[in-house]
Write a protein that binds this ligand. Structure first.
Ligand code: GNR
Ligand code: NI
Length: 168
């Protein structure tokens, strides 16, 4: 297992659109294991492969209290089941230290492959629904700051760039 470096906004690589996984093989399972280790270490409730600079449709999530309910999504597809909106204060490991209220559909259906390559469907609501939508945005090269005002986004970009320069 390995901890993977997480790309930070405004790194242009976070804008890459992820390709579907062609075959769920041991190399994909290795990536998944490394992503879980990286996510739990951060700590975070989800991680998309895009964030670790792998541009494949792979997501790991664990929204459980005890951190004992790992979920894997490979090539996920999403449908909105209920247009009712849900506001949640989102954070992102690629935008460390910033939190914004984001509005998304509250009830979705996700069809995906699991780590064995088997198809499954779930219909999450609440935090899990938010998290899956947040992670699927990463696979499309999108970030939660794309939903806020340009002024707020520029402010966040400038602060993060300053921190990144100080570190480099
Ligand atoms: O750890 C995370 N917390 C979180 C909180 C609210 C909405 C979404 C998230 S996902 C985030 C981890 C992350 O950046 N995943 O891409
Ligand atoms: Ni994120």
């Amino acid at each position: 297992m390995a901890l993977l470096p997480i790309l930070e906004f405004p790194d242009p690589r976070l804008r890459t659109v992820a390709a579907p996984v062609k075959e769920v093989d041991d190399s994909v399972r290795q990536l998944i294991d490394d992503m879980f280790e990286t996510m739990y270490d951060a700590p975070g409730v989800g991680l998309a492969a895009t964030q670790v600079n792998v541009h494949l449709q792979v997501i790991v999530i664990d929204v459980s209290e005890e951190k004992d309910q790992p979920l894997v999504f490979i090539n996920p597809q999403i449908e909105i089941l209920d247009e009712t909106l849900f506001d949640y204060e989102e954070g992102c490991l690629s935008i460390p230290g910033f939190y914004e209220e984001i509005t998304r559909p509250r009830h979705v259906r996700v069809t995906s492959l699991d780590r064995e390559g088997n198809s499954f469907t779930m219909e999450p609501e609440g935090l899990l629904a938010v998290c899956i939508q947040h992670e699927m945005d990463h696979l499309d090269g999108k970030l939660f700051v794309d939903y806020i005002s340009n002024m707020k986004r520029q402010r966040i970009r400038k602060k993060l760039e300053k921190q990144q320069k100080a570190r480099a």
